[in-house]
Design a protein around this ligand. Structure first.
Ligand code: DGP
Length: 114
């Protein structure tokens, strides 16, 4: 698998505004924010996307969502509400082939997302 831009961020090959890190994941601000708060939470393990997830990723997937919830608290958007989104595959709008959870908040979200 070719190295993605997110793998480069993990190994500090390119800069990012990192807001959280632990042994399993990294969270940083999206370069093209779609809301006042727009953070990407990614596993350090290379995983192409949700479509490539398998039973052994169950704990990792739960961890990413719990980190998103914790970051929402940290960002001060938890009380008002926020959105977590995972784009999977071309029709899902995924452009970077490394699993990532978008954490969006700080404005009213709309539905359907388009
Ligand atoms: P998606 O469309 O779900 O694959 O989202 C990919 C997101 O990644 C998109 O919102 C823009 C963001 N992104 C792409 N390249 C970079 C980068 O080099 N740095 C940061 N911080 N974000 C990036």
């Amino acid at each position: 698998m070719a190295e993605t831009i997110f793998s480069k961020i993990i190994r500090r090959g390119i800069p990012a505004d990192i807001v959280y890190e632990d042994t399993r994941c990294l969270a940083f601000r999206d370069i093209n924010p779609q809301a006042p708060t727009h953070i990407l939470i990614i596993p350090k393990e290379e995983l192409e996307g949700l479509q490539a997830a398998a039973p052994q990723h169950e704990q990792l997937l739960g961890h990413l969502l719990l980190v998103a919830a914790r970051l929402a608290e940290q960002e001060g958007i938890a009380a008002a509400g926020y959105r977590c989104a995972i784009n999977a595959g071309p029709e899902g709008g995924q452009t970077v082939c490394h699993l990532h959870v978008h954490l969006l908040g700080g404005r009213q979200m709309e539905w359907p997302p388009g």
